[in-house]
Design a protein around this ligand. Structure first.
Ligand code: DGJ
Length: 353
């Protein structure tokens, strides 16, 4: 039985085995003890089968009350040996490995087990009823650096690979994210020009290519020129767009910088490093990958970062930390050894989704 639903109601289920269960925990079918709603940044995070979650450089799609977490499955190593994983959860803490949503074998050989697939993200297109995945594809040595696009009729896939493209002619396409605006327009945000600059490019109506004709300032912009930023993680609150980013130091962590703008195409300006306290200059030993709005708590967000382990990428850990944007538009992100999702109830009263 999947106990998520019960634990979500605050019910602790004791299975037939006589295991002493600390308060606030549940037992799944495999006798793995899970705290009901606690996230421990940097700890091993296991799925409901007890396997370590493989969803690096990932992002989350919230669709019909279910969270889908997509990311790089690095269980077999650095190259795209396995593909893009998909996990689902109703509570953001307990994750079911539902599929390899884009298996590496379904990719052209140069991007399969011999190539690089990083930072996949998925958004839903309500006009076409398709789930659309964008990703950074590359050859070893990051010598090719293009975007890849895949679509699916269901969130768990299998996604069908459609092809590659370079959204900005002559520019590389590396660390990326997708952003779906409130009016339904969607954007790819990525590190271009060999990581020198960040770009935002509006997607076409079905989200599978760029919108044409491309008009600078209207459908695309070089949003952060010549500051060598990567790992872009956009979010929106109360009339302001925000963009978290990292510096460019390979797998090694560095200081984050956040930008703010009145529109996704800019103008963007830096609002500095929102991480505060010890080790904030290394983003608490992590690199941004996504910022998740907390559905029932407007203004509350979860920072999602990767703590890369270059010696064993499969054992890279997840750093998830909560934060709240204040009325004046400022916010800070503090380290927490562990935290509970109920924290958001202390910050704001829940609204109906
Ligand atoms: C930093 C990027 O953010 C990661 O996704 C990965 O490409 C590493 N560089 C490789 O060094």
């Amino acid at each position: 039985m999947n106990n998520n639903f019960l634990s979500g109601l605050g019910i602790v289920l004791l299975c037939e085995s006589a295991v002493a269960v600390p308060a606030g925990t549940t037992i799944d079918g495999g006798n793995t003890i899970h705290k009901t709603d606690v996230i421990t940044p940097g700890a091993k995070w296991k799925d409901l089968e007890g396997k370590e979650i493989q969803a690096h450089g990932g992002g989350i799609l919230h669709y019909k009350g279910v969270y889908y977490w997509y990311g790089e499955d690095k269980a077999d190593g650095y190259l795209n040996y396995i593909g893009v994983s998909c996990y689902s959860s109703k509570d953001l803490v307990h994750w079911d490995h539902v599929s390899t949503a884009l298996p590496s074998q379904s990719m052209p050989a140069e991007y399969g087990a011999k190539g690089i697939l990083e930072r996949p993200k998925v958004i839903f297109n309500s006009k076409t009823d398709k789930f659309v995945m964008w990703m950074h594809l590359d050859h070893p040595g990051y010598s090719h650096s293009v975007a890849g696009v895949a679509i699916s009729d269901s969130p768990q896939g299998p996604f069908k690979y459609l092809g590659e493209l370079s959204p900005i002619q002559g520019s590389t396409y590396r660390d990326m994210n997708l952003y779906k605006d409130r009016n339904g327009a969607a954007y790819a945000i990525f590190s271009g020009d060999n990581n020198a600059s960040l770009y935002a490019v509006e997607l076409n109506a079905d989200y599978t290519n760029v919108k044409t004709p491309m008009i600078e300032g209207t459908t695309w912009a070089q949003i952060v020129p010549n500051e060598s930023r990567e790992a872009p993680a956009p979010f929106y609150y109360n009339g302001h767009y925000y963009l978290l980013s990292s510096g460019t130091s390979g797998w090694a962590p560095n200081a984050a910088e956040c930008y703010e703008a009145p529109h996704i195409l800019g103008p963007w300006h830096s609002i500095g490093n929102p991480f505060v306290g010890k080790e904030s200059n290394t983003t608490f030993n992590s690199q941004s990958t996504f910022v998740l709005p907390v559905a029932k708590h407007p203004g509350c967000f979860i920072y999602m970062g990767d703590r890369w382990n270059p010696g064993n990428l499969a054992d890279s850990r997840y750093i998830w930390l909560p934060f709240k944007v204040h009325k004046d538009g400022t916010f800070h992100i503090h380290w927490r050894d562990s935290w509970s999702l109920s924290l958001f109830n202390h910050w704001t009263s829940p609204v109906k989704e």
